[in-house]
Design a protein around this ligand. Structure first.
Ligand code: ZN
Length: 208
């Protein structure tokens, strides 16, 4: 992985960069790092994120280590088109929560000469591709997959395992609710969850 090998801080060089990975993999930190470099290069930067993510603050892209950048919460990703006029670089955080129109939006921005940097979860807690991320990965000029460390064995993490029982795809997480696991440990954990769910259902059905 050579993450410094972009066209760099050139003005009016339209492109799409996607930073993806599991929870706690440093996606937002990497987004902020690239945005900081663009800012040093005197680029005009706009940052957007979906409105539903208000874990820490309504106006900032905030990563888990509280390294923050001012951002605009957006309901509908099509609004990014209107709000991006005059900017050289557009950052989008938590992109997995936007709908499928996001790839059209990002392509349009890139064709306008804007550098678009997207950070998002590649997979949900079931290990399924998350929201618009598969399309974004397909149309990206460059993809960077970042990794957390598996909390069970220390290998590179592959997915975010949910520690509480809840079937909703969107459940905003903190360290208490998710753990990064490698593929092997994720598979074991999912199988164990299924066994536990089965025995819990049996338990409830039989009123034991
Ligand atoms: Zn592991």
């Amino acid at each position: 992985m050579n993450i410094e090998n972009f066209a760099g801080e050139n003005r009016h060089h339209g492109r799409i960069e996607v930073i993806c990975g599991s929870m706690f993999s440093g996606k937002t930190e990497e987004l902020i790092r690239r945005l900081k470099r663009a800012k040093f290069a005197k680029q005009n930067i706009a940052i957007f994120k979906p409105k539903l993510d208000n874990r820490y603050s309504d106006v900032d892209v905030v990563s888990h280590d509280h390294n923050s950048f001012h951002s605009t919460p957006i309901d509908n990703c099509a609004d990014i088109l209107k709000l991006s006029a005059g900017y050289d670089v557009v950052g989008i955080d938590e992109a997995q929560f936007f709908d499928d129109k996001l790839s059209y939006v990002c392509n349009t921005l890139a064709f306008r000469g804007i550098r678009v940097i997207i950070a998002g979860l590649d997979m949900d807690f079931r290990g399924e591709p998350f929201g618009p991320m598969p399309s974004l990965l397909a149309i990206a000029d460059e993809v960077t997959k970042v990794h957390a460390i598996c909390v069970k064995c220390g290998a590179l993490a592959y997915a975010s395992h949910r520690l509480v029982r809840n079937d909703k795809q969107v459940m905003l997480g903190e360290k208490m609710e998710y753990e990064p696991l490698c593929r092997n440990c994720f598979q074991k954990a999912i199988e164990e969850d299924k066994r536990n769910a089965l025995s819990k259902d049996l338990f409830e059905d039989n009123n034991l």
